[in-house]
Design a protein around this ligand. Structure first.
Ligand code: CMC
Length: 431
């Protein structure tokens, strides 16, 4: 017998059920027929943190975490990092195929020509406190874009979606640049349409009094590769936020603000910043064994930041590429002294039972911060540098969700464990 079904016996009632298996999954709704009585709600699955629940079908990104594979639309990340550009990869992620020359030219032109922000956004950013975190500013400012582009509400109009896609991908670096310049008290640097996507971003970060900013080609290329590596990563915390919030049919600016807020956390896109702070706190290579000891004894309280992943139980393929990129960057900027601490941490951790048993390997954030720091990017810009390229992935996932006939507003169930019905007690009578 070889049938694509699952037979379940409910030992409470002795009844048997046959449930179809599709693509290696059962539909959780099929469990609802399993009841002990007519008025029973039906069986649910309980899965805090979605450890084993697929919330969608997707054609965008494929990960095999056990062997460390990452592909966008079927193309291995290694090939894209070597041969593609961020804008081309963003097109691939969004539209499913690599663009022709004409498509890429048009796409690049559209993104380039939407990079300017409404001048009122500047006033908005001016209002933030002098020490506001750039990621907090980015989250707020991208949400605020929704008030400038009211046509974005037409989420089922493909033309409107395309326009918001151009705007979002084009304006995220400008918002990021403005947030950074505000945080260091420098005048805003406007986009330069003659430069590449990452060259222009560097221009908006670092341009001083020169008439024309010229990015260093090695750094421009390194940043472009880092953007490719961060463009999508299937159903992670921020993408889940994008899909979940977008499923209420809010406009994409508000949904991207929600996704960026999810990314801000230290367990997600904030980890690259946390890695650098950890390396600085460790201070020198000889203190690494003591730190590893603290991590092991801390049982989850002291984390080796930049290590571990929900999906990768092997070396994160992005971390491998980033290690190579780091060498190119350090050849220009000089070797980051924190690199020795990072290498020592990796060496010791990969030989240690605690990490081996738990399959904890360096993830994308372990080395990226070292590169960003060497380029001269402030630590609190690190999560912002994750959010800019991830915007293409968020939009692709949002659009896929909107056009998926099986999707509805995201609304999980709960297992209620609180008090049963009880009567209100007047305040004077409460103990
Ligand atoms: N350092 C020390 N112990 C760890 C670490 C770590 N970085 N990560 C996981 N563990 C331990 C954890 O304490 C647990 O131990 P035990 O079984 O004794 O309770 C075990 O490994 C399994 O970990 P988990 O917390 O169940 O794993 P998870 O899938 O829920 O969490 C993670 C994944 C990425 C949140 C976690 O590994 C972590 O917090 N890492 C550090 C933060 C980090 O680098 N985040 C970036 C992730 S990659 C980029 C992105 O997606 O944003």
């Amino acid at each position: 017998m070889n049938s694509e079904t699952l037979t379940i016996t409910d030992n409470r009632t002795g009844k048997k059920y046959e449930i179809p298996i599709r693509d290696g999954a059962i539909n959780a709704n099929d469990l609802r027929q399993i009841r002990v009585s007519e008025d029973d709600f039906g069986l649910m699955s309980y899965d805090p943190a979605f450890m084993n629940t697929a919330s969608c079908q997707s054609k965008i990104t494929y990960i095999d975490g056990d062997i460390g594979i990452l592909r966008y639309r079927g193309y291995p990340i290694e090939q894209l990092a070597e041969k593609s550009t961020y804008l081309e990869t963003a097109y691939l992620i969004l539209y499913g195929e690599l663009p022709t020359k004409a498509q890429l030219d048009e796409w690049s032109r559209n993104v380039t020509h939407h990079s300017i922000l409404h001048e009122n956004i500047k006033k908005f950013i001016d209002g933030f406190h002098y020490d506001a975190h750039p990621m907090g500013m980015l989250v707020s400012a991208v949400g605020a874009l929704s008030t400038f582009y009211t046509d974005a509400k037409n989420i089922f109009d493909p033309g409107s979606r395309t326009k918001q896609t151009h705007r979002l991908i084009a304006k995220m670096p400008t918002l990021a640049g403005f947030a950074y310049r505000h945080s260091v008290g420098m005048p805003y640097s406007y986009p330069d349409n003659d430069l590449s996507y990452t060259g222009n971003f560097l221009n908006m970060m670092f341009k001083m009094t020169e008439l024309k900013y010229k990015p260093n080609p090695v750094i421009e290329k390194a940043l472009d590769v880092l953007f490719i590596l961060h463009a999508d990563h299937e159903q992670n915390c921020s993408t889940n936020a994008m899909r979940g919030v977008g499923s209420s049919h809010v406009d994409p600016y508000c949904a991207v603000a929600a996704a960026a807020a999810a990314l801000y956390g230290p367990l997600h896109g904030g980890a690259n910043e946390a890695v650098l702070r950890m390396l600085m706190q460790i201070g020198s290579k000889d203190k690494v064994p003591e730190f590893i000891k603290q991590v092991k004894e801390g049982h989850g309280k002291v984390m080796l930041m930049g290590f571990g992943h929900r999906v990768y139980k092997n070396y994160d393929p992005r971390a491998k590429i980033i290690k190579q990129v780091a060498d190119n960057v350090f050849a220009v900027t000089g070797r980051n002294p924190l690199l020795d601490i990072a290498l020592e941490l990796e060496r010791i951790a990969l030989e240690d039972d605690y990490f081996i048993k738990r399959k904890l390997y360096p993830n994308v954030d372990f080395y990226s911060g070292l590169i960003y720091q060497s380029i001269g990017l402030a630590m609190d810009m690190f999560p912002v540098l994750f959010a800019i390229p991830r915007t293409s992935g968020w939009i692709a996932q949002w659009e896929e969700m909107l056009l998926d006939a099986e999707q509805k507003i995201a609304r999980p169930r709960q297992v209620y464990k609180g008090a049963g019905k009880r009567d209100y007690v007047p305040i004077a009578m409460r103990k």
